[in-house]
Design a protein around this ligand. Structure first.
Ligand code: IMP
Ligand code: MG
Length: 174
């Protein structure tokens, strides 16, 4: 079966939007330092591009989580595969994600991180599929709301491939 990727959002559209979010965050956090928390691996491309466009002081940390169980849909209960290196205590944290889908994983993760005593916590996602939401999650910064299609690129994978595409695409099978 042939597989191809159709462009949904061009590199320029994504870059322009990230620039705008970076400017918005710089205004909202004027006079403060933001601590960006990246959820690996998907959020990494977005976080690096976003960090370059934020003009207030920035620190970064990374974590990796996996869902319990072998269901195709995430259970929401997550296991920390790699924890953050630094404490969140008294920091202005922004969790940076690639996509919010059902919201199960994030809702669990945000509650857990909230328990670590940050001064504030916000959520920034490149993509949001609101139609798919099962658990309510408050998103503070959204790149794009997209329809319910499986997308790749800019950190998002299909079977670990396509993360490196500089645009957002939809995998098509001919
Ligand atoms: P959920 O919000 O708990 O359902 O899980 C969201 C996670 O599922 C994301 O962080 C992605 O890793 C993955 N995911 C959801 N939708 C897509 C997609 O369209 N393409 C690639 N990965 C996706
Ligand atoms: Mg993710």
């Amino acid at each position: 079966m042939a597989e191809r990727v159709e462009v949904m959002l061009t590199e320029k559209e994504v870059d322009d939007r990230i620039q705008a979010i970076g400017e918005q965050i710089s205004r909202d956090y004027a006079g403060r330092q933001v601590h960006l928390v990246c959820v690996l691996k998907g959020g990494s491309f977005f976080m690096c591009e976003l960090a370059k466009r934020i003009t207030v002081p920035v620190s970064l940390d990374f974590m990796s989580v996996s869902s319990y169980g072998s269901d195709t849909k995430s259970s929401g209960v997550i296991k920390i595969v790699k924890d953050l290196d630094e404490s969140l205590k008294d920091k202005d944290v922004i969790v940076v994600e690639d996509i919010v889908d059902s919201g199960r994983t994030l809702s669990y993760l945000l509650k857990m991180l909230q328990g670590r005593g940050p001064r504030s916590m916000a959520l920034c996602t490149l993509l949001d599929k609101p139609e798919r939401r099962v658990v309510d999650v408050h998103v503070d910064y959204t790149g794009f709301q997209i329809p319910d299609e499986f997308v790749v690129g800019y950190g998002l994978d299909y079977d670990q491939r396509y993360r490196n595409l500089p645009y957002i695409g939809v995998v098509k099978f001919d």
